[in-house]
Write a protein that binds this ligand. Structure first.
Ligand SMILES: Cc1cc2nc3c(=O)[nH]c(=O)nc-3n(C[C@H](O)[C@H](O)[C@H](O)COP(=O)(O)OP(=O)(O)OC[C@H]3O[C@@H](n4cnc5c(N)ncnc54)[C@H](O)[C@@H]3O)c2cc1C
Length: 486
């Protein structure tokens, strides 16, 4: 249904990406109309679109984000799985080389992630949000300035594709236009002082390519070789995500001084130079589909809108907190922010003075948790630009490194780290006495000599047909699957 032009809208959402559609879903139940203003025309199916270049790179949706999306839009996960997304258990569904060594895979599920192409995730969320009563999409239109005064933002002027400008008034304006947000300039035009901004940039470049998987991707794990920020060299990493359509989405990355390129002939060679050649060995068995795509705009950038005393305006998602994608937290932090917004609206009046400030504080909480996790690693990479780690940061990083090493053979620690990484628990769980004790005790078993692979996973590497029956997990605490020296 088209928005009623010229009418007073309760909420104006700028940007129709994941954050914008989730914000609309959060606010729609609270009455009035929600209009999403999106620069591009959005497709009806999960196909690539303009305005979402990052969709050509691997996107993990951690359970903290997936649960938030499901709470806002019940049925979305079912829709994703039905369309070919995979639900993968963590830690047992990941073959992962952390800075502390290879993770064991004999543990029960602690959390999960949704593995899918980004276009599919956005399509499912968008379809669900736009079906909500009161939610309208105004596509092929973009905001040119905000309406209002220093005291209160009261809407925005949008320009339609034919060049016609229109003033849309609203009780609340939400900026969800992503990393390229022009909100700082729009606010400055109203005489509002600049919002403080923090940037930490490890100079991460992503190179990604899709492959036709050599196996049925159902039940296939995520393969992940992480960088080690303690090494005095650029951090290189790689991930294979099984996605819909029988494909693997493969992303490789390097921090400043160790960046991958778009050269197709160098893609597998880069993978071979990671801390383990496992990804390269799997790529040798798979068939590339399409070119290598590069992303360089990956800095951690936080605009502290929660510190500004704004009325009638909030920012959600990358427009307020953009994170280094290596840790896969952007979508989940945005979804948890939208959920916090919904919960605050229950019984609250979005037009009331002080609402926007309270909402921005609530949104900032999950974003700040993800921010601290990213900075703990990124500030340590050589050539990182921005905040340098102080004594307390180095102490915290030392403790986290100890936990990561212990996690390779201790379920208490694996579980705590997994809960934090998936944004299901605050980082304070890492200071729980049981976790502290485990960290003091250190690893319970010697490190694995290589990845623990199931017979089916090993068969692919050997070019053999996979066993017909998928292997079940080895018993808890029992011997691991064959460790392969890689
Ligand atoms: C290489 C890479 C890999 C990533 N991997 C992960 C991952 O594994 N897991 C994860 O959770 N996150 C990941 N992220 C982060 C994730 O992509 C972002 O956090 C997420 O897209 C934020 O959503 P958003 O809606 O805030 O912004 P966006 O997705 O950027 O959406 C912004 C929307 O606003 C529209 N828009 C922009 N400007 C205007 C304007 N002026 N007027 C109207 N509309 C406008 C755009 O067309 C778009 O629809 C990755 C990012 C990158 C770059």
């Amino acid at each position: 249904m088209a928005p009623n032009r010229g009418a007073r809208h309760r909420v104006l959402v700028l940007g129709g990406g994941l954050s914008g559609t989730l914000a609309a879903a959060a606010l729609a139940p609270h009455g009035g109309s929600v209009v999403i203003v999106e620069r591009h025309t959005l497709p009806q199916t999960p196909k690539p679109r303009r305005g979402l270049p990052q969709a050509r790179h691997a996107h993990m949706l951690w359970s903290g984000g997936a649960d938030a999306i499901e709470s806002l839009l019940p049925g979305t996960l079912e829709m994703l799985l039905h369309a070919g997304a995979h639900r993968i258990s963590i830690p047992n569904g990941m073959i992962s080389l952390s800075p502390g060594g290879w993770y064991r895979r004999c543990w029960p599920e602690a959390q999960y992630l949704i593995s899918a192409g980004r276009d599919l995730v956005d399509w499912a969320v968008r379809s669900q949000a736009l079906a909500r009563p009161g939610v309208h999409l105004l596509s092929a239109a973009e905001p040119v300035r905000l309406l209002g005064t220093r005291a209160r933002i009261t809407g925005a002027v949008v320009r339609h594709r034919d060049g016609v400008e229109e003033a849309l008034e609203a009780d609340l304006v939400i900026d969800a236009t992503g990393r390229s947000s022009r909100a700082p300039q729009w606010l400055a035009e109203l005489g509002i002082p600049a919002v403080p901004e923090t940037v930490v940039d490890a100079g991460v470049t992503y190179a990604s390519r899709r492959y036709k998987a050599p196996v049925d991707t159902a039940g296939w794990p995520v393969i992940n070789v992480q960088a080690d920020a303690r090494l005095p060299m650029a951090g290189t990493a790689g991930t294979i995500l099984p996605i819909e359509g029988g494909e693997w989405m493969v992303s490789l990355s390097g921090t400043r001084g160790g960046e991958p390129t778009s050269d197709e002939t160098q893609f597998a060679a880069f993978a071979r130079r990671l801390r383990s050649p496992l990804i390269a060995e799997y790529l040798a068995r798979a068939e590339p589909r399409g070119p290598v795509t590069i992303a360089r705009n990956t800095a951690n950038r936080r605009r502290h809108y929660e510190k500004a005393r704004l009325n009638g305006f909030i920012a959600l998602g990358d427009s307020s907190t953009a994170l280094n994608p290596l840790y896969g937290h952007g979508m989940s932090a945005a979804a948890q922010g939208a959920l916090a917004l919904r919960d605050l609206c229950t019984g609250g009046n979005i037009a009331a003075k002080g609402f926007a400030r309270r909402a921005q504080h609530a949104i900032a909480r999950p974003a700040a948790a993800a921010w601290l996790l990213a900075l703990g690693q990124d500030a340590a990479f050589p050539h990182a630009v921005g905040k340098k780690p102080g004594f307390a940061d180095r102490l915290a990083a030392g403790y986290i490194n100890r936990l990561i090493t212990t996690a390779c053979s201790d379920f208490t620690v694996v579980e705590a780290l997994t809960d934090v990484m998936t944004l299901q628990a605050r980082a304070t769980v890492l200071a729980h006495p049981q976790v502290l004790l485990a960290a003091i005790r250190g690893p319970r078993l010697p490190p694995l000599g290589g990845p623990a692979l199931t017979p089916a996973e090993e068969a692919v590497l050997l070019g053999r047909p996979a066993p017909t029956r998928p292997a079940t997990a080895p018993p808890l605490g029992g011997p691991e699957w064959g460790e392969v020296s890689r």
